[in-house]
Design a binder for this molecule. Structure first.
Ligand code: NAD
Length: 498
């Protein structure tokens, strides 16, 4: 693993204007603020308002007022607004990417730039879908006109995590607003700056109050938002643990809820795929260049026994060539873990692996305690082998670059182990045999299975989880229709005699 100090270190601070409430930039009612840290340097980047219940009240009131007008704007006009936002985001993509990189520690070249561009694409995609908010007519006979309308639900309360903050925000904002809803979003406390910048761009084109963005802590601000009586729909992306809290809040008021939650995704490699392209694919699927802080990380690697050692050898060679360092440096492949809490958690898992006599460290280990990498929350890609699927490291979502390799010989047993998880978000299958690939894809209990690739989501696909990885789909046309509209039937008697 290259740990060389990167050239051109860049230190930055950002000056956000505050939170966006009713089209205005605003401090919290209490005046309290929270500090956002650069995880690569452990230094403050910015302060943002620390919102609480009073601020949530204000934002929901602004959204409720704006909803009355926004829902009446013709869908195609709303679509045009989203298309303008897409172009404005594209024009400021580099600024957005640098902000994302600075606050998340995700490498600019391998991750943050892609996220900024995908964000523009998400607005572009949903902007073009406005005409698809169609209803149906029912053939009940000549004397009656019966039709359904797709109506917006109202004010959406959205809560997002920090790992791909701007892209995940766009995935809620674009479909919800396209469908005519208004939104109050709570950004993650660790990464609100890119979301605020995107909100600033959106606000150039939106009526005040249609989009409101709050910054604050989970329970204090997010808790007030999910329990607010003015919220008609909850849309949450984050951990399964908090997802359950959100679902309870939704149950209390019977509001619809979409949950995009955690994962512990399997990669199954067949013996015919012991080749460089499959190794590259495993590195991509494991999201090593995002420090594996991805819900879809393929963090359980099921390798056929015939290729177990040779495949791991190739994986070590290729992973070692990745450069860990300053996320803003163009030469960097791998940035940092988001914060001290996550960093400590990841280190504890690695430590447990190192201490177990029955687990073999293939490569990686604990981060260095001295030198340039000790200045930030840098973790090292790590692979353990020789333990079973029952091990804690193979069951829990680590959300860091720790991969567990498990040997298999019987296909049915590999699939059984892959499915032996309370998660079911993504999965990856690697083989030259298309029949084997598709049979396995169909047997795996996950919302998204990729065969012979380990890429990220694309607008248009119906993305979401099985089991405790979530409920609902948000990346697609059907996601927008199902998650952000409600159907109304209107039935008219045409046979009224005077
Ligand atoms: P988290 O659940 O801790 O926090 C997510 C958001 O919820 C944050 O904004 C946080 O402030 C807020 N929150 C925390 N407690 C709350 C409460 N009691 N009430 C309301 N809001 C509260 O998750 P995280 O650590 O920010 O993100 C990592 C998790 O997100 C992982 O589990 C990952 O798999 C998941 N994730 C899932 C997807 C997906 O598409 N399925 C995408 C990205 C991340």
């Amino acid at each position: 693993m290259s740990t060389a100090t990167q050239t051109r270190p860049q230190s930055h601070t950002v000056s956000p204007k505050g939170m966006l409430i009713g089209g205005q930039w605003s401090e919290s009612a209490s005046g309290a603020r929270l500090t956002v840290e650069n995880p690569a340097k452990k230094t403050p980047v910015a302060e943002v308002p620390r919102a609480a219940a009073a601020d949530v009240d204000r934002a929901v009131a602004a959204a409720t007022k704006a909803f009355a007008g926004w829902r009446k704007v013709a869908p195609r006009e709303r679509g045009k607004v989203l298309l303008k936002i897409a172009e404005a985001i594209q024009a400021r993509a580099e600024e957005l990417a640098r902000t994302i990189s600075l606050e998340t520690g995700n490498a600019l070249r391998t991750q943050a730039r892609g996220e900024a561009n995908l964000t523009a694409d998400i607005f572009r995609y949903f902007g073009g879908l406005a005409s698809e908010l169609k209803g149906e007519t029912l053939p009940l006979g000549e004397h009656v006109l019966s039709y359904t309308r797709r109506e917006p639900i109202g004010v959406v309360g959205a809560v997002i995590p920090w790992n791909a903050p701007v892209m995940l925000a766009a995935l809620k904002i674009a479909p919800a607003l396209c469908a005519g809803n208004a939104m109050v979003m709570k950004a993650a406390e660790d990464a609100p700056l890119g979301v605020l910048l995107m909100a600033e761009i959106c606000q150039e084109f939106l009526p005040p109050g249609v989009l409101n963005v709050l910054t604050g802590f989970g329970e204090e601000c997010g808790g007030a938002l999910i329990n607010h009586p003015g919220i008609r729909k909850l849309s949450f992306t984050g951990s399964t643990e908090v997802g359950k809290i959100v679902m309870r809040a939704a149950a209390e008021r019977i509001v619809p809820v979409s949950l995009e939650l955690g994962g512990k995704s399997p990669s199954i490699v067949y013996p015919d795929a012991d080749e460089d392209w499959a190794v590259d694919g495993i590195i991509a699927a494991m999201r090593f260049t995002r420090q594996s802080q991805s819900c879809t990380a393929g963090s359980r690697l099921f390798l056929h026994e015939d290729i177990f050692d040779s495949f791991l050898g190739k994986l070590e060679k290729k992973t070692s060539a990745l450069k860990i360092g300053d996320p803003l440096d163009e030469a960097t492949d791998i940035g940092t873990i988001i914060n001290n809490k996550q960093f400590t958690k990841v280190c504890k898992y690695v430590d447990e692996g190192l201490k177990r006599a029955d687990a073999r460290l293939v490569f990686g280990g604990l981060p260095p305690k001295t030198g340039p990498l000790s200045e930030g929350y840098f973790a090292i890609p790590t692979v353990f082998a020789d333990r079973s699927n029952d091990w804690r490291l193979a069951r829990e979502e680590i959300f860091g670059p720790v991969l567990v390799a498990i040997r298999w010989s019987d296909e049915a047993e590999a699939i059984r182990m892959a499915n032996d998880s309370h998660y079911g978000l993504a999965a990856y299958v690697w083989t030259h045999d298309i029949g084997t690939g598709l049979r396995t894809a169909h047997d795996i209990e996950s919302g998204w299975v990729q065969v012979n690739q380990g890429l990220g989501q694309v607008p248009g696909m119906s993305y979401g989880g099985f089991k405790q990885s979530g409920i609902g789909r948000e990346f697609s046309l059907e996601g927008m229709l199902d998650s952000f509209t409600q159907r109304k039937n209107v039935t008219v008697n045409l046979d009224v005699r005077r």
